[in-house]
Design a protein around this ligand. Structure first.
Ligand code: CO
Length: 464
């Protein structure tokens, strides 16, 4: 069976290595080659890309998507979608989820990969229903982690439930890069026996084991793998795309990617990468093989965030200690998989525990909310003593968190009618209120200035 490949350099590749800072212009410069290379899909949107566009790059993420789509007529575009969190860090109302899915598909997305940080499938339902409703391919991702509760049986049961929910394919999302080769073989074999869904494996090269894991996954019959073009591969990113084309060429799994176009895109991407290496955005540490993540289970994006967080506070000396604190916090929290937003929350809590020298002396608001059930159900029981220390006798909810959230879209539309010029603008505001408002104010004020200048020039032209 031909292996399908999803190219990730334009989303996870630069999110893992370049703090998601690649600009739309840089991205567009390699899309035509990638579009001709024969990928199953290009992962180009979602995850942290939306936030980074608005917050750091002063770019409209919707415009980026439309421009990519225009240059990629032959290849499906894929995005990563955090269930009820969409691309933000809290739970949003169902109407925002629905509208966001609709507009993502309208602007060019074909495949929506939906996950919930806790694998609480109640948090996936709105996004799955909307994807089906608007004609997208819905891939549900299971966050892979290891813990006393995260067994193969646990994943098989989840897979059956998501097949029942209407997923078009299933992804094993190993965001930390901790899936060992033989575990992958067993997991995929069991999943294949128990569901009919195509299976996609997503992982990270951080620990130096992932090429071997992918090969065992291929032996077990995995349908799709995620890789990144060589300049943005390895380290905390995905294994390299070219490697799998060379290794599998002329076998029954031959992905049939066109090396010529991969090379052309890689040459351009190398120049881009070199600029980020020179400016310090790309920390060589993120490219170094790091088997210690097999012990700490920390995903690539989280490692680089942690490094910059500690660097800012001149506390890089605490790096190892914080890494050791993470599994402790995770156990206390009932073994949440370390994926956005839980990875940031657990990471921040670990930093606070180390910096204050006392566990849970300082607690971020998000951790409090998590313990109150506002993110969904923890995979295992949380530490009762920690729970009592942090939330005392405050109320804990056990129903789906979004059941308590009133529709938001129409009221936002009314509130920002003078600023927003499209439903897409409203959605940006819904997710990243202040950051999006600042961006839109800037965007429309410069646009008006340019329009005025053009108008003046035209008048001038007529006069002369
Ligand atoms: Co990833």
């Amino acid at each position: 069976m031909q292996l399908k490949i999803v190219e990730t350099s334009l989303r996870d590749g630069h999110q893992s290595l370049l703090a998601t800072r690649m600009t739309t212009e840089e991205i567009l410069s390699i899309v035509p080659e990638l579009d001709k290379a024969g990928f199953h899909a290009l992962e180009v949107w979602g995850g942290a890309t939306f936030d980074a566009c608005l917050r750091f790059l002063n770019e409209d993420p919707w415009e980026r998507l439309r421009l990519i789509k225009a240059l990629a007529p032959n290849t499906k575009l894929q995005m990563l979608f955090r269930g009820q969190n969409i691309l933000g860090y809290r739970h949003y109302a169902d109407d925002i989820v629905d509208k966001f899915v609709q507009k993502s598909i309208e602007n060019g997305i074909d495949i929506i990969r939906v996950f919930d940080a806790l694998n609480d499938i109640r948090n996936l339902k709105s996004a799955v229903d909307a994807t089906k409703k608007y004609g997208g391919h819905c891939q549900i991702a299971l966050c892979y982690t290891t813990s006393p509760v995260h067994t193969v049986d646990y994943y098989v049961n989840l897979a059956k439930e998501i097949e029942h929910m209407g997923a078009d394919s299933l992804c094993i999302k190993d965001m930390a890069g901790i899936l060992l080769p033989n575990d992958a073989y067993e997991l995929i074999t069991r999943l294949k026996q128990n569901t009919k869904l195509p299976i996609n494996l997503h992982s990270h090269a951080t620990a130096g084991i992932m090429e071997q894991t992918y090969m065992r996954a291929i032996e077990a019959g995995v349908d799709i793998i995620d890789t990144a073009l060589s300049p943005l591969s390895g380290g905390t990113s995905q294994p390299s795309t070219e490697a799998f084309q060379y290794v599998l060429a002329n076998t029954e799994h031959d992905p049939k990617l066109k090396i010529k176009y991969l090379d052309q895109a890689a040459a351009k991407l190398t120049l881009i990468k070199d600029r980020y290496l020179a400016s310090g955005v790309l920390n060589p540490k993120a490219l170094t093989t790091n088997p210690s993540i097999l012990k700490y289970q920390v995903p690539g994006g989280m490692l680089s965030n942690l490094m910059s967080q500690l660097k800012e506070q001149n506390a890089m000396g605490d790096y190892e200690e914080v890494l050791k604190e993470i599994p402790v916090v995770r156990k206390d929290m009932g073994y949440p998989p370390l994926v956005t937003p839980l990875s940031q929350m657990v990471g921040t809590q670990a930093v606070m525990n180390v910096m204050t020298g006392e566990r849970y002396k300082l607690v971020p608001k998000e951790i409090k909310e998590y313990l109150k059930g506002l993110y969904g159900k923890a995979p295992a029981a949380v530490n009762e003593i920690v729970l009592a220390k942090i939330i005392g006798d405050e109320k804990i909810i056990t129903h789906r968190p979004a059941d308590d959230i009133k529709p938001e879209f129409e009221s936002l539309k009314l509130k920002y009618k003078d600023l927003a010029r499209s439903d897409e603008d409203i959605l940006s505001i819904a997710l990243f209120e202040k950051v999006a408002i600042q961006f839109l104010e800037k965007k429309y004020s410069t646009k008006e200035k340019i329009e005025v200048e053009e108008f003046t020039m035209q008048i001038g032209g007529k006069r002369s």
